[in-house]
Design a protein around this ligand. Structure first.
Ligand SMILES: [Zn+2]
Length: 356
């Protein structure tokens, strides 16, 4: 019996040395095994060959069964792995995979976006400040739309009182950093985009570098200091800024882009509101779906700004009254002597339009 096993091992070893495919090596071993089984079935019990090969077929059948089980298990695992990570041919840098073309088919059908627009979305790098009420839908829709790289900065953690409206987070992620939770949700929605989390407060020290790595900034923050900082750095770096804001039932949104015309955020909101005049969501409450409306509009404006579709909200403030179901749009003008955008010479704008 030992001799047969040694023979099988030798077949395997020589096959491996000659780089014979595993299947062929297994086939030769299976033939030897089948020969032994047949020999046990055909020859009389006292035959010396049967005595020399274990005396009965049982032990060989058990051995063969065990090996077959192991092989079937390994084959099954390999199949599952292949299905989970299908092999794709190497694509040229930046090209769409067939699965992406399928995913973005409804965009590609749109005359205003089409293939070139989807390409711009894939090449775009968008930073969202705040993964709260406005950031939640904005981030999800940016990811779904195929924005190639999405950064999110927020220093909060997910709390249960957020979940009434911040739909990017989940009950299972209570206590997790919001930026990290948002990245998990975005990658789950669309594995073809790159999402990066920055779990920290936006400060003047880091804002310049962070904004410099992105083409477009979305501000969904909830306090004046952050808004002021976001606007100032965006103006300095000539980055278009889409900012939304909420109170109880009302929201507002505009695209601030003085580098390409129109006012900056500070032209329109120059003064810090008096304490208590603009209560926060935590103080005054907010209707759950309202940030969904305004945050989705921010993502829509972002898609338009990146692809060049339609007419953006540059120089216009859209006011949404959710309680009465009304929209209003008011024109905005650059404020002469604005301390943020007023002193910059027009020749200073060197960054090309993101949507030529
Ligand atoms: Zn200004």
């Amino acid at each position: 019996m030992t001799l047969i096993l040694v023979m099988m091992a030798a077949v395997w070893a020589v096959g491996a040395w000659l780089k014979t495919p595993v299947g062929q090596r297994l086939a030769v071993i299976a033939v030897i095994w089948a020969g032994v089984i047949v020999e046990h079935l055909v020859l009389p019990a006292e035959h010396p060959l049967r005595q020399a090969t274990g005396g009965s077929a049982q032990v060989w059948l058990v051995l063969g069964g065990a090996v077959a089980l192991v092989l079937a298990y390994r084959f099954g695992i390999a199949r599952l792995r292949d299905r989970a990570a299908p092999k794709e041919p190497d694509l040229p840098a930046g090209a769409f995979r067939p699965a992406e073309l399928d995913r973005y088919a409804r965009h590609i059908l749109l005359r205003e976006i089409g293939g070139p627009g989807q390409r711009r979305l894939k090449d775009a790098r968008v930073l969202v400040v705040g993964a709260g009420g406005l950031g939640a839908p904005a981030l999800l829709y940016l990811a779904a739309a195929g924005v190639g790289r999405i950064g999110v900065i927020d220093d909060d953690v997910v709390e249960s009182s957020n979940l009434q409206r911040q739909v990017i987070h989940a009950d299972a992620r209570l206590g997790m950093a919001k930026a990290q939770s948002a990245v998990i949700a975005m990658q789950a929605l669309n594995p073809f985009v790159e999402a990066r989390s920055y779990t920290r407060r936006l400060t003047p020290e880091i804002a310049g570098d962070l904004f410099g790595e992105h083409d477009l900034i979305l501000d969904g923050s909830d306090n004046f200091d952050t808004r002021e900082l976001v606007n100032r750095v965006a103006v300095q770096l000539c980055k278009p800024l889409i900012a939304g804001a909420l109170t109880q039932w009302e929201g507002q949104i505009s695209l601030y882009d003085p580098a390409r015309g129109g006012p900056c955020h500070a032209c329109v909101f120059p003064q810090r509101p008096a304490p208590g005049l603009v209560p926060t969501c935590a103080e005054a409450g907010v209707a759950g779906p309202l940030p969904g409306v305004v945050g989705s509009m921010m993502a829509l404006e972002a898609v338009k700004a990146i692809t060049g579709a339609g007419e953006g909200l540059r120089g216009r403030l859209l006011l949404f009254d959710g309680l009465h179901g009304e929209n209003r749009v008011i024109s905005l003008r650059k404020r002469p002597g604005c301390p943020v955008c007023g002193n910059l010479h027009p020749d200073g704008w060197t960054v090309p339009d993101p949507a030529p």
